[in-house]
Each structure stands twice: as C-alpha cells, then as structure tokens.
Write a protein that binds this ligand. Structure first.
Ligand SMILES: [Zn+2]
Length: 118
C-alpha cells in the first residue's frame, strides 16, 4: 500500500477518534466507531484506483454502502475543520492529497461544501 493511502487511513482514524471522544465520551474507540474505522480501512485498501486513488470525499466512485457513507460523512463534518488546529501537518497533507488527480469540477464542489460547513 502506498504511503498516501497509509496516511489517508491514519487521517480517517484520527478523525473517527476525535468524533468518538466528543460524541461517545470514551477513551479509545467505542465498538460502533471501531466498526466504522475497520470498514473505512477495508474500503480504502480495496479501492479500484489503487495508488491513484483520490481522497474518498472527492472520489467519483462511491464505494461505501449508504449507512457507512452517512456515518463517515458525519465524522468528516465534525472532525474535518478540527483537524486543521489539532493536526495541522496531517490536515495540510490531506488537503494536498485532495488535489491529487481530482477532476477540477469535483474539487471545486468539495471546497464549496467545506466552506459552508466550517
Ligand atoms: Zn464512538
């Protein structure tokens, strides 16, 4: 697996941790969030784009099943903006990764969505 995919999984892990701590009040992940992380990991590894994979939020193929997609989106909505202050290096890298082979139209929509939410 490429370093970029490893990093994406790390980032997702941190985001889920942050979300779980603030919403489910646990140290470490609750089983609900652990399930989500395991699923995200599996999907990321199985991605048909392999090492050219765009970040999931910008991916034209939505491979998550609807329930998991909803859950991961909720996590991203909550933790995404917070990543910038708590894990600036990872967050910036993630932003750079986002530009990787993302069609301009999708990238633009992604940015617009984030501005509204933050
Ligand atoms: Zn949780």
């Amino acid at each position: 697996m490429s370093a970029r995919l490893e990093r994406e999984i790390d980032t997702i892990g941190l985001m889920i941790e942050m979300f779980c701590r603030d919403h489910h009040g646990r140290d470490g992940l609750c089983s609900f969030c652990r399930e989500l992380l395991a699923y995200a990991r599996k999907r990321t590894r199985a991605c048909r784009f392999g090492k050219d994979k765009p970040v999931c939020s910008a991916c034209p193929v939505h491979c998550y099943r609807p329930e998991m997609r909803e859950r991961i989106r909720e996590v991203m909505r909550y933790s995404g903006p917070r990543m910038i202050s708590r894990h600036p290096v990872l967050a910036v890298r993630h932003l750079l990764d986002k530009r990787h082979k993302t069609p301009p139209r999708l990238a633009k929509r992604e940015t617009a969505g984030q501005t509204k939410q933050s």
